[in-house]
Write a protein that binds this ligand. Structure first.
Ligand code: SAH
Length: 339
């Protein structure tokens, strides 16, 4: 077990189980997340015998950072995991702060046709510590705090649900990384039962849905998950989510030339989500080696945008980061692993 897997509550339980005091959890959390120790030997205010016990129960290791590619306002980090697998995370520098896009799995099983990251099948879920230490190591590299986190890198986060929730609890905790829940976003391709479960999660994390098509026929073609959870079920789950949480959701919609970017698709999309409290984030497609899909031209992107606006939807067009260093949405797939 790795120490960065533990939420504050789990750490308290651990110390109590040892017959020790709860407050050691506060102390240890502060060494890990405020003082950022690199080894347990740096801890000075916990008794030797107790520390020996902790270090025989838990590893304090982090990921192995093997490569950083830097551009003006974006960096891509390549990490090696202890089993030799690789994952990537991307840092984006905005005027409002530093935002990090992290990975949640090695590979992905969702099989979205347009997505480069998903060309490698899922090998395994990331453990909580492997998500937490992506952030710790990026902050260390930057010498600065990360203010925003999006779980939109490699993997389907709701297919790694339990580890994901622990990750949120740790990075949100005031004595952990203290990143505000409203500054954290998780994106899913639409795993309906998990969306329903997530509506009961106490933290106000933002939810984004990768929609990408306004009807089942089209969505079935580009996102296989739609055959399991078709739009009617997805929208119904989101209605329940919105009613329970009183929040707003974001729909991500990649514009693929001639596939889902027509005027009639825009109208259909407006009809599909117009009754929901939502934003629509239009994403210019990042073309990959996969030549099947093309980016919509700017005129069509603006037309699509205007139609949604006219139908009184909240629409934005996603600012693009990192296309030069293959760090853009859907492109995270380590060169080491290219097939
Ligand atoms: N599995 C999750 C999170 C990872 S994908 C999900 O599906 O939401 C993050 C976002 O990038 C998704 O909206 C995905 O559809 C989008 N994406 C994938 N490939 C892309 C590409 N080539 N260009 C632009 N966006 C892409």
């Amino acid at each position: 077990m790795n120490i960065y897997n533990l939420t504050r509550d789990e750490m308290e339980e651990y110390f109590v189980k040892l017959g020790s005091k709860k407050f050691h959890a506060d102390q240890l959390f502060s060494w890990l997340y405020e003082k950022r120790i690199s080894s347990i030997s740096e801890i000075t205010n916990i008794k030797k015998e107790l520390l020996n016990q902790v270090s025989s129960d838990y590893s304090f290791s982090k990921l192995n950072l093997v490569q950083v590619e830097r551009d003006v306002d974006v960096c891509k980090y390549l990490f090696e995991l202890s089993d030799g697998e690789h994952i990537e995370a991307v840092l984006m520098m905005h005027d409002y702060g530093n935002s990090v896009c992290i990975s949640s799995q090695v590979g992905c099983n969702m099989g979205c046709r347009f997505c480069e990251s998903g060309r490698r099948k899922k090998v395994r879920n990331l453990e909580t510590w492997e998500m937490v230490t992506q952030l710790l190591m990026i902050e260390e590299d930057l010498g600065m705090r990360v203010s925003h986190v999006v779980v939109m890198g490699i993997g389907e986060p709701f297919d790694n649900y339990d580890n994901l929730l622990k990750f949120f609890l740790i990075i949100n905790h005031p004595k952990g990384l203290a990143i505000g829940a409203r500054h954290i976003t998780v994106s899913t391709c639409g795993i309906v039962p998990k969306i329903l479960e997530f509506s009961n999660f106490p933290l106000q994390i933002n939810l984004a849905i990768s929609l990408h098509a306004p009807n089942d026929e089209l969505r079935n073609q580009i996102m296989p998950i739609n055959k399991v959870y078709p739009l009617k079920e997805l929208i119904h789950a989101l209605e329940i989510y919105l009613e329970k949480t009183n929040r707003r959701i974001t729909f991500e919609y990649i514009l693929l030339s001639g596939v889902n970017d027509t005027d009639s698709c825009a109208l259909e999309l407006a009809r599909l989500v117009g009754h929901l409290n939502c934003y629509i984030n239009l994403i210019p497609y990042n073309e990959t080696n996969n030549l099947e899909f093309r980016r919509s031209n700017t005129v069509q992107i603006m037309k699509f945008y205007d139609i949604l606006k006219k139908n009184r939807l909240n629409v934005t067009i996603r600012r693009e980061f990192g296309s030069k260093i293959s760090a853009a949405c859907g492109q995270l797939r380590s060169k080491k692993e290219e097939l």
